[in-house]
Every structure is written in structure tokens, then in C-alpha cells.
Write a protein that binds this ligand. Structure first.
Ligand code: 16G
Length: 167
């Protein structure tokens, strides 16, 4: 996967070594107690999610083989999840029964901004999308984040629009 990384890093940081006492790994059930949902609350509304609801959702995702790749960074000194990004792989019939991927729910805790951790997270999940054989990886983001995502080779589409219908 290393050869698929796209970003440049300062201060000896690499995607596989994101910093002292920081551990990049898949989400696990115990992250409920490590502030994972509070972290997501810095991105958007999460609501009151009980441990049972979290475990049920986690297990459902896990049961979807080769689909949800929730990646987190844990600060091992505070035992808190301080960053996360998710890759979702979607199976397709098109392009010879290939798959596409989406980068979702990218968030770094406010106290950890400026440490290249967002870069690490997106670099890792985008490289993973490629490794998993997806023919493309896409995301939606706010205007002010467009420049950030170009680092990894994302570009605004000339002829495709992001549309949504909210419920
Ligand atoms: C951003 C996120 C998306 C997330 C959404 C939540 C990235 C690249 N994009 O668009 O994944 O689900 O925000 O906002 O992280 P919402 O609650 O308004 O849908």
C-alpha cells in the first residue's frame, strides 16, 4: 500500500507512523469508550447512541464483508480516538463487475489539528480503495476543503454534480 500514498509529510510523519503515541488502526467495539462517537460529533449530529446501538451497528457493518473500512487514530496516552476516516466499498455490475469506493466521515479532533493527521487518514483510506481494486474513489466536501483533497489526486468533476435529497 505504501507506494499508493500520495501526500508529502513533514517532521518524519508517515501514514504508517502518524506520530508519537498515536496508533492508526481499524475501529473496534471498545472505541465506544474511547470517545469515538464524541469525535464524530465534531463532524455532524450523532445523537444519543447507546452502547447496544453502537455494537449492533458495528456488528452489522462487520458482517458486510469487504465493505466498511472504518479507520481511526488513537492517542495511546489518553486512550481516546482522535481522528477517523471511513472507506466504503460498493459492488458494481458496471466496468466488468468492479467496485467503487467512497471516503466518508473524515474528522480530526480539534485539539489535534495541524499535525498532518487528516492527511494521514485520507491518504490511507484512498490508498486502500486502490488496493481493494476499486475503479474510482469519491467524496463530497465543503468548498473550503476542496484544496485539501486535491493533495490525494481528487478533482472536482467537470460534468457530474453532487446532489442530495434530505429526509
Ligand atoms: C461531509 C463528509 C461526509 C459526512 C457528511 C456529514 C467527508 C469527506 N465528507 O460531507 O462523509 O457524512 O459531511 O454531514 O468526510 P451531514 O450530517 O450534513 O450529512
Amino acid at each position: 500500500a505504501a507506494s499508493n500514498f500520495q501526500a508529502e509529510y513533514k517532521n518524519g510523519i508517515t501514514p504508517l507512523n502518524p506520530g508519537e503515541n498515536l496508533n492508526l488502526r481499524p475501529l473496534c467495539l471498545e472505541d465506544y469508550d474511547r470517545g469515538y462517537l464524541q469525535l464524530l460529533g465534531q463532524l455532524t449530529s450523532v445523537g444519543d447512541v447507546t452502547r447496544e446501538q453502537f455494537e449492533d451497528r458495528f456488528n452489522k457493518m462487520k458482517a458486510c464483508e469487504d465493505t466498511y473500512y472504518v479507520t481511526v487514530i488513537e492517542d495511546t496516552t489518553s486512550n481516546q480516538v482522535i481522528g477517523s476516516a471511513t472507506l466504503v466499498k460498493e459492488q458494481k455490475f458496471i466496468h466488468h463487475c468492479t467496485a467503487r469506493a467512497r471516503v466518508e466521515d473524515v474528522i480530526v479532533s480539534d485539539q489535534y489539528r495541524g499535525k498532518q493527521l487528516g492527511k494521514v487518514l485520507v491518504d490511507v483510506v484512498a490508498a486502500l480503495g486502490r488496493e481493494l481494486g476499486c475503479y474510482k474513489v469519491s467524496l463530497e466536501c465543503k468548498d473550503h476543503n476542496v484544496k485539501f483533497y486535491t493533495i490525494f489526486g481528487f478533482e472536482a468533476s467537470q460534468d457530474q454534480n453532487y446532489m442530495q435529497r434530505r429526509f
